[in-house]
Design a binder for this molecule. Sequence first.
Ligand SMILES: Cc1ncc(COP(=O)(O)O)c(C=O)c1O
Length: 330
Amino acid sequence: MRDLPRFPLLDGPSPFHPLPRLAAALGGRVELWTKREDLLPIGLGGNKLRNLEFLIGAARAQEADTLVTVGRPWSNHARLTAAAGARAGLQVHLVLTGPPSTPPNPGIRLDELFGAVVHVAATDQRADRDALLESIVATLQAEGRRPYAIAAGGSGTIGATGQVLAGLELFEQAAGSGTEVDRIVVPSATGGTQAGLVVAASMASPRTRVSGVVVARLASELRPAIDAMVADLGDGASVPEIELDESQWGDGYGRPTAAADEATRLLASTEGILVDPIYTAKALAALLARVRAGAWDGQTIVFWHAGGLPGLFEPLDGAGADGNDPGPVR
Ligand SMILES: Cc1ncc(COP(=O)(O)O)c(C=O)c1O
């Protein structure tokens, strides 16, 4: 893995630190830590920079000059592709789910600040976005450009390789601070982050369980995708059954929930740390629910703070200010 083409985007490890006031607010029944992927150094941070190191490495190895990817208007992966592409000197085209809104979503305004060309599909239908993507790739090729297409969420074996290294980084930090990690709680959308962490745990800390909190696809769709990535990344090594928690699904992807809002307020008011409503607040809400139920008493738990903070400023209530209905991921 360390020999794969890689374009450096990180200055060093993301911080790993305890959350003593949150743990105390939960009755002191568990030891809580967090891995601060939200503090990675460019584009307002977030876990997808890990994937992009390897995806941009692969793009450069193929002598691509343009990155093309897809997502929702709030996509952290799209924003970070724009930022990382700027750092790598590559043109970036983002093809986002529509319909277009006025004013544009905050996420799109950030994408444009990073110099990306943003294309918004006419509707919220996946088929429309895919058709737009195809026509944009064809146009770029006709113009003599060499586009490299990145899947939704930067997921897949190449991108998730970065997540294996993130997991190994955590276990090294934990060993350095004399901490044995029983469990990692992570938001799971396309599943690449969870797959990478599962493989890292199998290599460096077999006692550690990885609890994925479903936010964008239900477990029936997500599990086979994670299993496939784990099989590829882990080279067939045996791992425990993938843990997926659907309890925070609420009304679906991009829909706020009362439990996520409560979790956001509790973390912010005890530790001064923010989470986002689409991914990390739902993962934190799952963690709080399990700890309050006594399911994990005595354990050392790491909350995987994957970033996503611009999501705090997205119009997510109901159907959204633009009438866009957030359906399943992609
Ligand atoms: C902030 C944040 N957390 C978690 C995830 C989920 O990561 P994955 O798609 O690897 O499951 C994403 C994906 O976009 C994200 O942006």
